[in-house]
Each structure stands twice: as C-alpha cells, then as structure tokens.
Design a protein around this ligand. Structure first.
Ligand SMILES: Cc1cc2nc3c(=O)[nH]c(=O)nc-3n(C[C@H](O)[C@H](O)[C@H](O)COP(=O)(O)O)c2cc1C
Length: 412
C-alpha cells in the first residue's frame, strides 16, 4: 500500500501519529511575563490543533533562562511553574495530534540587547558582515558548563512530560548551540568535545541519552538536525549521515532534517556557500540519502506549501512532511489536504539587496500572521515588509527590556 498524507505512522516507541503532516517549530516570541506561555500562544495553538496536523511541535523552548533566541521566548526549567504548560499541552492535544516541545539552547546566536550568558563551543563570533555587531562575542564553555547544559536539556524534557506533552524535539540544527558543537567552523575545541566528528557529536548524543533517562519509554524523543550547514568548512552531508548512524543506536523516535544557520539561512532557501537548493522541499535530496541509512522515521522541513510536493516527499521514502511558514499563513492547510483539497499557501518573501535585512523582514511578515491568529483575527490580505520589520524590531526591543529586568531579579 502506498503511503499517503493520511496514513498513520507508528514511531519506534509504539506511539502513532494520525497522519504524515507536521507543524514544524516556529518560535512564537509571545511569552508573557516570566517567559511563560499564555493567552496569545494558547489561541494560536488552538488554530493549529484544529488545523489537522498529526504532529505539532512548539517553537523553541529554552532550557536556560540566561540564554534565549529572542526576548519573547518561552523558558522551561526545573523551577518553572507548570500550570501554563499543562494548559498549552492540553490545547495542542485537543484534536488528537502528538504535542512535542522543541527544546533548545541558542549558544552564540543571541542578540546583543538580550544580555544573559552567551556560550558557545569556542569563542567564534557570528559573521553577518555589517550586521555582526548585533550579536555578542561568545565565551567558550567550560567542561562544567557543558555538563550543566546536558542536565538542563534532560530537566526540561522531564518537565515537558510532567506538563502533559507527548514528546520533545532536541534542536540540533540552524546554528544553535548543538549545531555549533557539530560544526568544525564553530567548534575549535581540542578536548573531548571538539576535533573529530565523534567528539563534536558527543554533546548531542549525551543529551539524547540524558533526556531518555529522565522520561518514560512512551514519551517521544526526536532530533532536529542540519542535513548540512551550507557553509565552507562547516558540518557536511557526510557528517549528518554519520550522526544519524550514531542516533540509530539510541532510542530516537524521529529525525527532522533541515539546514543552515543565521550565517547561511538555508532554511529560508538561501545558502552562504552558493549551493542551490530545490525550489520546494529544499532538503529532499539530502533527506532521501539519509532515510536510506536511518532506522528511525525521517521528517524533512523547508519550502513545502503544495499538496503535490507533500506527496512527492512521502513517495521519496520520507516518513513525515514538516511544514512551518505555510502553516503560519494557513493553519488549516492539513485539514484541507486531508479532505482532498489542493490549497496552496502563499508565502511572504522579501527580495531586498541587503540579504540579511530581507531575511529579517520575511520573518517579521510571517510573525504578522502568527499575531493575527493569536489574537483570533483574520490576517490582512497583504502586509508591508518595511512596516512589519519596524514593528517587530520595536516589539523585540521592548520585550528585551522586560526580559533583562526579569533575569536580574531571578539570577542575583
Ligand atoms: C517565524 C519562524 C520561526 C521559526 N522558529 C523556529 C524554531 O523555533 N525552531 C526551529 O527549529 N525552526 C524554526 N523555524 C524554522 C522552521 O521550523 C523551518 O525549518 C523553516 O522555516 C523552513 O520550513 P518552511 O519553509 O516550511 O517554513 C522558524 C521559522 C519561522 C518562519
């Protein structure tokens, strides 16, 4: 029988996804005071749970309050109040989807106005050309900080299970901390955490083991991995394949393949090393190769907004179709496709000369849609990229102030 988007999928731990469509992680930047989920996030996820995806993954939730990808980020640590997360999980599961929390540490990808702790495998600053000064130079982590971080991922996963989520996805892609460890470009360590690929992958593998040790067997544990960094001297496709071979030996329920980082935003379809990605389903070729060696199901995310492409992904032997931007614009796309519809999500994209600013403006346009749904409104038919960028920057600045004040009261 051929696999269709409506086919259920049983994961290695025996848990079943009701269909093959997944809402991929999108940082909401909507946390309330105390970096907790609240009304806006609940309303947004109501739309996604009604929208019909078999798997819903939260935007990245931070394992360390001192290191956030953005000032409206959600933090889940051992002493975080669980009630707001219980409500979030309940909403995500209300229509039968699996509800996973993406757990993450940004490493060096923290904007300067955030303050906090900017940790990385090595003190290699982000190179974003004339925009580099927006980011702080990171500090190389000590062995004790690495050990602490492993325990933090495990503690966040444990708290997620306590709150009623059905799984976690460990974020090891997009140039965040675990991706920085995997890449020889950012990991220049000479101890057991750097050098050979086995050493660079040690942190990810140790985190998978530590997370597994803190959660029950029916709780899903997934990993989001770059198929490559698309950067000279970075993490390559062969590296990704080898990491998946190592993950094969661990109880991992799914691997999501993406690509890129802030320096080389392949997840937005743009690469720094000049390599061309497919126009749709950016990472399908890589995913196909990796699915050939993976024991766990593979999901690929990036550039999928048409039903025909979702079908092509599944026909290529990929188990799950990951969709982010298209679901920000059209949260009920899965229901439409599952009912036989062919709706195409019109994705906003800004083509300015300054590629860095164009990427930021594209993100801020996507966020306008997220905010409209979070407020229970219908999005406008069109948003201005420049105006969206200005309001987004203004909001981020205001939230960064609130976050810094909160952090100061918390970690005296
Ligand atoms: C607004 C926004 C926020 C995102 N936040 C995250 C995130 O928190 N974690 C993550 O792994 N990827 C994040 N992504 C990347 C998506 O998960 C996905 O990999 C990427 O957008 C490509 O898929 P798409 O073409 O379907 O959007 C984000 C993307 C967008 C547009």
């Amino acid at each position: 029988m051929t696999t269709s988007i409506a086919s259920p999928l049983t994961l290695p731990n025996g848990i079943t996804l009701t269909n093959r469509l997944a809402k991929a992680a999108m940082e909401e930047n909507m946390a309330e005071a105390g970096q907790l989920p609240g009304a806006a996030i609940y309303q947004l996820y109501r739309r996604w749970s009604e929208g019909g995806a078999g798997l819903i993954i939260t935007g990245n939730v931070m394992v360390d309050a001192r290191a956030l990808t953005g000032p409206g980020g959600v933090v889940l640590e051992t002493d975080t109040p669980l009630a707001p997360f219980v409500e979030w999980a309940k909403i995500m599961r209300s229509h039968g989807a699996q509800a996973w929390v993406q757990i993450s540490h940004p490493g060096r990808q923290v904007r300067a106005e955030m303050g906090g702790a900017v940790w990385a495998p090595s003190a290699v600053p982000l190179d974003l050309g004339k925009h580099s000064k927006l980011f702080t130079r990171p500090k190389a982590m000590t062995a004790a900080e690495i050990e602490e971080t492993i325990q933090r991922f495990a503690a966040t996963a444990h708290a997620a299970e306590q709150a009623g989520f059905t799984g976690v996805e460990i974020h090891a892609a997009h140039g965040y901390l675990l991706s920085q460890f995997l890449s020889p470009h950012t990991n220049q360590r000479t101890d057991q955490w750097g050098g050979s690929l086995a050493n660079r992958a040690r942190l990810l593998l140790d985190i998978v083991r530590a997370v597994r040790a803190r959660v029950s067997a029916t709780f899903c544990v997934a990993v989001k991995l770059n198929s490559a960094d698309f950067q000279r001297g970075g993490f390559s496709e062969d590296d990704a394949k080898q990491v998946v071979l190592w993950l094969n030996e661990l109880p991992v329920d799914l691997v999501e393949l993406s690509g890129g980082s802030y320096e080389s935003p392949a997840m937005q379809g743009r690469t720094a090393d000049g390599r061309t990605l497919a126009r749709e389903a950016f990472f399908l070729e890589f995913a196909r190769t990796i699915a050939g060696v993976a024991r766990m199901p593979i999901m690929t995310t990036g550039g999928i907004r048409r039903r025909a492409i979702a079908d092509e992904v599944l026909a290529s032997g990929i188990a799950v179709v990951g969709i982010a931007t298209a679901l920000a614009v059209a949260p009920d796309l899965p229901s439409n496709w599952l009912a036989g519809g062919q709706r195409i999500a019109e994705i906003p994209r800004v083509e300015w000369k300054d590629k860095g600013m164009a990427g930021l403006a594209t993100m801020s346009l996507v966020k306008r849609y997220l905010w409209a749904f979070a407020k229970g409104k219908k999005p406008a038919s069109r948003y201005s990229p420049l105006f969206s960028l200005i309001i987004d920057q203004w909001r981020l600045k205001r939230l960064a102030g609130r976050y810094r004040r909160w952090l100061a009261t918390r970690h005296l």
